[in-house]
Unconditional design. Structure first.
Length: 138
């Protein structure tokens, strides 16, 4: 394993519930989701923050973020989505990643005090992964 878990996921050396992988961008379910269906979108090449990424990759990254924002709404029946990027502060993995989180009114997300949840098991995680992946196609 390398020093970066996200680089290991991209390279297939670490397990992840992948929802997208193409064109230098990979997306997978967060193992500690704010809400079930919370996706992380990363550039395949290691870059620590937005400042460290080249403009072409940034455009590709956010094109996938845009698609996934719609996919979590369609695939999960969410009312909307929350998209966020931390740069160093509160960045638990020092590899640029964009959070795409399904939202609903009254879901409890207030400001930046984010409750965390867990999938009941691998089958439930797979259920969410499959629904988002299916929605990417439509």
């Amino acid at each position: 394993m390398s020093a970066c878990i996200f680089c290991d996921i991209v390279a297939g050396r670490a397990p992840a519930a992948l929802v997208y992988h193409d064109g230098g961008i990979t997306a997978f379910l967060d193992v500690r989701p704010l809400f079930k269906g919370h996706v992380l979108v990363v550039p395949d090449g290691h870059a620590e923050t937005l400042v460290d990424i080249d403009p072409a990759t940034l455009m590709a990254l956010f094109a996938v973020v845009q698609r996934l924002s719609g996919a979590v709404v369609r695939g999960l029946g969410a009312e909307g989505s929350f998209v966020a990027v931390n740069n160093r502060v509160s960045q638990s993995v020092p590899h640029l990643h964009v959070h795409v989180v399904p939202r609903a009114k009254g879901d409890g997300l207030r400001g930046f005090f984010w409750p965390r949840t867990k999938y009941a098991d691998a089958a439930e995680q797979e259920h969410y992964r499959a629904r988002i992946t299916a929605a990417l196609g439509g």
